[in-house]
Design a protein around this ligand. Structure first.
Ligand code: PLP
Length: 415
């Protein structure tokens, strides 16, 4: 049963006016966008700060989070898993129990409310795996907004059920053929279309990256995760966790969990997709293996090849398959506050199976990366300690991928 939770609405650790997060002399973030986008971005920034201070806006947002999304999500002590590993107690923050099956709705509810408040009639969004597209199409239906989702044609082929879901929800799904026809190309196309239509259109960005004010705004909408988890851990375990772990695609579930914990004595760990291995080029580990540069309007870490082109990424989980990462996480790593770790496709798949079999919870493949790292970390600790893992989403969407991969592995095993 969900009870009323009291959220802290103060904006802590705000970036500077230009949206910069300073670390070690580097200004991460900022707003490196086309001249024509500066004004609409500024309008969103002004509207966001006004809305954030407006009690009516917050009441409506928190009411929707409670009655529509199902917050607060539970914190679950995974006792069997903890016992099996023989190390620290593992607690799972159950974002998988949100409506639409992941944390993403926290953000789309906030941005759709803002679009509505700004009098926009239409929303657009990019999507890779289709999860952000579904979360956006969902709130567009809820608010009666017209909705166009840009999606790489290759991703549309790989994620056909989500394409159908978006269409059922009333959205137009627009294929993008440029580049590798995947997520980064969909972002570029959505930004291009937004420039030409920002008068009546709001761009609901899907993660804590992109030009200012998106990283700040998306973070604020997701800090419900860490605020709840912190209070729930204190209430249930009588103390704070020793370690907090989250997977990173663009960084929204990670910053949502970790941001409200950064002033506590807690080790913070971000887990990236190591794909076929960090020593190969087939991964999506921008913090572990990337360098500082500008991608999609902000300065952060990104993966590029020797020619300075954005490097094609690989991960078993489509939601982590992104060559960049949010600027605030990059700054937290640079300043030494955030540890980075990674999990390969195989490790994530093993964690997926373990959690399913030991706890009866089928996690998203994205979340399985955090679980893999969380299990590894917990195993080296003692039973009085606590590892908090963000279970960012449920795995129903991944059953096809897992089925194919297990069949492939079984075939290889036979040879
Ligand atoms: C989209 C997604 C992610 C990755 O996105 P972030 O912005 O890094 O959180 C992780 N887990 C799930 C379940 C997702 O749907």
């Amino acid at each position: 049963m969900s009870t009323d939770f009291t959220y802290d609405l103060t904006i802590h650790h705000a970036p500077d006016e230009g949206g910069h997060f300073l670390a070690n002399g580097t200004l991460f973030g900022g707003c490196f966008a086309a001249e024509t986008l500066m004004q609409p971005l500024q309008e969103i920034e002004t509207a966001f700060f006004e809305a954030w201070q407006d009690e009516a806006f917050q009441q409506e947002r928190l009411s929707l989070l409670k009655h529509y999304a199902g917050r607060a999500t539970p914190l679950y002590h995974a006792k069997r898993l903890s016992k099996e590993l023989g190390g620290a107690q593992i607690y799972l923050k159950r974002e998988d129990l949100n409506h639409t099956g992941a944390h993403k709705l926290n953000n789309t509810i906030g941005q759709a409310l803002l679009a509505h408040r700004m009098g926009k009639k239409k929303v657009i969004a990019e999507t890779g795996a289709g999860q952000h597209g579904v979360a956006t199409a969902t709130v567009a239906a809820l608010f009666g907004l017209q909705c166009d989702i840009y999606m790489g044609r290759e991703d549309m082929r790989r994620q056909a059920p989500n394409v159908f879901r978006m269409k059922l929800l009333g959205a137009n799904v627009i294929p993008v053929d440029s580049g590798t026809a995947t997520l980064k190309d969909a972002v570029n196309e959505a930004l291009r279309v937004w420039v030409a239509n920002c008068e009546d259109t709001f761009y609901i960005f899907g993660t804590a990256a992109g030009p200012h004010p998106f990283p700040l705004m998306v973070r604020q909408f997701h800090t419900v995760i860490g605020q709840e988890a912190r209070a729930q851990c204190l209430a249930q375990a009588g103390k704070l966790p020793d370690v907090a772990v989250a997977c990173v695609g663009g960084g929204s579930n990670a910053i949502g969990l970790l941001h409200p914990l950064q002033d506590d004595d807690i080790r913070l760990v971000a887990v990236e997709a190591a794909g076929c291995g960090l020593e190969t080029k087939q991964h999506a580990a921008a913090l572990c293996k990337g360098k500082a540069g500008i991608i999609h309007g902000s300065l952060s870490y990104l993966l590029e090849n020797d020619e300075g082109q954005v490097q094609p990424t690989h991960s078993i989980s489509a939601g982590l398959d992104y060559p960049g990462v949010g600027p605030e996480l990059a700054a937290m790593m640079e300043s030494g506050r955030l540890d980075v770790d990674s999990a390969t496709d195989d490790e994530a798949l093993a964690a997926f199976q373990t959690l399913t079999q030991v706890e009866g919870i089928i996690p998203a493949l994205e979340s399985s990366h955090a679980i893999a790292a969380g299990m590894r970390i917990a195993a080296s600790m003692n039973p009085e300690q606590i590892v908090l893992v963000n279970l960012s989403g449920r795995g129903d969407k991944d059953l096809g991928t897992v089925m194919d991969k297990l069949a492939e592995d079984a075939k290889e095993g036979d040879q």
